[in-house]
Design a protein around this ligand. Structure first.
Ligand code: GLY
Length: 402
């Protein structure tokens, strides 16, 4: 149904443009960014007010007319606080700082969790953003404790951190998403000058380059390691369509992860990896015209497959950063695609109207389609990376103006 709606909306725009005698005006990026951020501000305020009295709850999605929530232990707990921090960076409004502090504090108990690898998402997107913007040293203490919890999952023999618990199928599963937790380790080295954190991040990233990617630079979702030989014994999917398919959000995590690792380390191997992933994605024959991926690049239902706007938002944010780090001729291509993605996400086809969707910003995300959950819904991480992408693009425009 969603795929059909997106087609109708795009068609209406095309017909409207064709009926104009003059060339349709393209909204300048600075205007589009302001519009997107203003929508984010209004929507997030609606959500913050709704959840303020609901002790310990954080938003997950909006499904069947209802706001669905989580507590600190969900992998997504840090995204709404991160949305609020980013909006505070944008508008410097004390109300946003107050809400960002409130919802960040709801995530704090996660720092003691050793049962998840997602602590980078949970703590760095919330406390990390808060520290960057306020310099609050207590936030660093939370990140430090959380990082030590995360490192209980590090295996020096296998040279990777464990993502999920072992089961009958997998001895030591590592998912591509785990690349996103490395930024918190890099931060810890910057903060403490202890190289150990960065060394672990680099080792995990190197092992992942070796074992997660296919020849075309698409990535498997799950690689499980044999704990005796140290070699992969299974290359599978959990959230994608098939073991050999390319689950879209996983591809975006990989792109973002290696772009970030190049920014943090300056190691050209990570830039090479990020560029290769970006090429696979932007040249993919099944990346739709509006550049928002289907939920899996190999979904058998294409062209009627659901889109995953969250994969598009993560990819846009990563491509903007890559366009600045890649000094080769291809760099303009990354920004071009990111711009198209931001135009799509900021259009009525993807962006919620004020008061809609319980205060979420970006519609049409897919959480875990094959498990039947979170299909064609807004997702807190879609919103987080959409705002990050807008702010990154805004900074580029400001630099160009100087
Ligand atoms: N593991 C996070 C995700 O669904 O992308």
């Amino acid at each position: 149904m969603k795929a059909f709606k997106i087609f109708i909306l795009s068609s209406i725009c095309m017909v409207a443009c064709m009926s104009c005698s003059t060339k349709p005006e393209v909204e300048p990026m600075d205007k589009l960014i302001e519009r997107g951020l203003q929508t984010a501000v209004e929507q997030s305020l609606i959500m913050a007010k709704e959840l303020e009295p609901q002790d310990s709850l954080l938003p997950r999605t909006y499904e069947n007319g209802k706001l669905k929530t989580v507590k600190y232990h969900s992998w997504i707990s840090g995204f709404f606080p991160g949305v609020l921090w980013q909006l505070y960076e944008y508008n410097q409004d004390e109300q946003f700082r107050k809400y960002a502090e409130l919802f960040t504090s709801r995530v704090e108990p996660a720092k003691k969790m050793t049962s998840t690898h997602d602590l980078g998402f949970m703590l760095y997107c919330s406390f990390g953003q808060g520290y960057r913007l306020t310099g609050n040293k207590q936030y660093v203490e939370v990140i430090k404790e959380g990082t030590h919890s995360l490192l209980t999952r590090w295996n020096p023999h296998l040279k990777v951190m464990q993502s999920w618990g072992k089961n009958e199928r997998w001895q030591f599963p590592v998912i591509i998403d785990n690349m996103m937790n490395l930024e918190m380790l890099c931060f810890m080295t910057r903060e403490t000058s202890d190289q150990m954190y960065m060394d672990i991040a680099k080792t995990h990233a190197n092992t992942t380059i070796e074992n997660h990617f296919r020849e075309d630079y698409s990535t498997y979702h799950v690689v499980s390691y044999d704990t005796i030989t140290g070699q992969p014994h299974a290359k599978n999917t959990a959230q994608g369509d098939a073991h050999e398919s390319s689950w879209s959000r996983g591809q975006s995590w990989g792109l973002y992860g290696y772009t970030m690792m190049y920014r943090e380390t300056g190691d050209p191997a990570y830039l090479k990896q990020a560029i290769a992933i970006a090429n696979f994605l932007v040249n993919h024959p099944r990346l739709p015209e509006d550049k928002i991926p289907y939920w899996d690049y190999d979904a058998p239902e294409i062209p009627n497959a659901e889109r995953d706007a969250s994969a598009g938002a993560i990819m846009a944010s990563a491509l903007i950063e890559l366009s600045q780090l890649d000094k080769s001729e291809s760099s303009s291509k990354w920004l071009d695609i990111a711009e198209k993605q931001l135009r799509s996400l900021s259009s009525p086809a993807y962006m919620a109207g004020i008061g809609e969707q319980g205060g979420f910003i970006i519609k049409h995300g897919v959480g875990h389609l094959r498990a039947g959950g979170e299909v064609d819904v807004p997702l807190s991480y879609g919103d987080y990376y959409y705002i990050e992408a807008l702010l990154r693009y805004k900074k580029l425009l400001a630099q160009a103006d100087k």
